[in-house]
Write a protein of this length. Structure first.
Length: 246
């Protein structure tokens, strides 16, 4: 009898890497590495299989194997400049790089109002206006590095739906910027970019630019985190078959 003891996202690696593992009565520990793309699970390779005295020993082996795989995966070129864009093999977004903690706050849902969701931070203060309206891919800058937050990666999509002059800000508007009060007093001009409907995406490394820019990436790599993963019958049966064959 095999017991499924783990189905987890590999700790410090891209969150579309999924691990399945099992431990049977003979202490035979095995599993596979999968990739999550567009809400579907794709089997990538036979992850590991063998005899281990303890589950910790097996998990350490899993950790090292997944680290090696992700390193090889990340060495492949995934970001391209806008001149290289080809709709058949690339995805493209309008993107904005923001420093943490503000970047993370923009894509973290805080509440719902009037049929829209809003992030912990829903107004981004900028020195320049923009006529663009629509989805923006929020990316975090490399610095600063803040524990618990990811730097230099894609974080999520938000809808930029309006612009407001800072001179017209109310106290509620300033609260939505998450800028400390002492700093607010120093900002006398500029624009508030109003954002809503944050959606987290799988974090992948990017090279950002100033202002709004085109982010071109290998097709199907950066996707929204699924709110619910549903396996069709064929995928479910294949996963069970993999476990049973050990």
């Amino acid at each position: 009898m095999k017991v499924l003891i783990a189905m987890e996202i590999a700790g410090n690696y891209p969150k579309n890497i999924l691990i399945t593992s099992f431990l049977d009565e003979n202490k035979k520990f095995g599993g596979w590495i999968y990739m999550l793309r567009n809400g579907e699970i794709h089997k990538l390779m036979l992850g590991f299989r063998g005899h281990f005295e303890t589950s910790i020993e097996a998990e350490n082996y899993l950790h090292d194997l997944s680290k090696q795989y992700v390193k090889e995966y990340n060495n492949k070129k995934m970001q391209y400049n806008n001149k290289e864009y080809n709709a058949a093999i690339h995805d493209r977004w309008r993107a904005l790089t923001v420093k943490n903690p503000y970047a993370t706050q923009l894509v973290t849902v805080a509440y719902e109002d009037g049929g829209y969701t809003y992030g912990e931070k829903s107004i981004e203060v900028r020195s320049k206006n923009t006529h663009y309206r629509g989805d923006l891919m929020i990316c975090s800058s490399i610095n600063p590095i803040i524990p618990g937050m990811k730097s230099g990666v894609t974080l999520g999509l938000v809808e930029l739906y309006d612009i407001k002059l800072i001179t017209e800000f109310t106290s509620d508007d300033w609260a939505c910027t998450r800028i400390p009060l002492e700093r607010q007093k120093q900002i006398t001009k500029g624009y508030g970019w109003l954002m809503r409907n944050p959606r987290r995406v799988i974090e992948f490394p990017i090279k950002g630019q100033l202002g709004i820019y085109n982010l071109v990436y290998s097709k199907g790599i950066i996707t929204e985190y699924p709110r619910k993963v549903v396996l069709d019958k064929k995928s479910y049966e294949q996963m069970i078959k993999d476990l049973e064959n050990g």
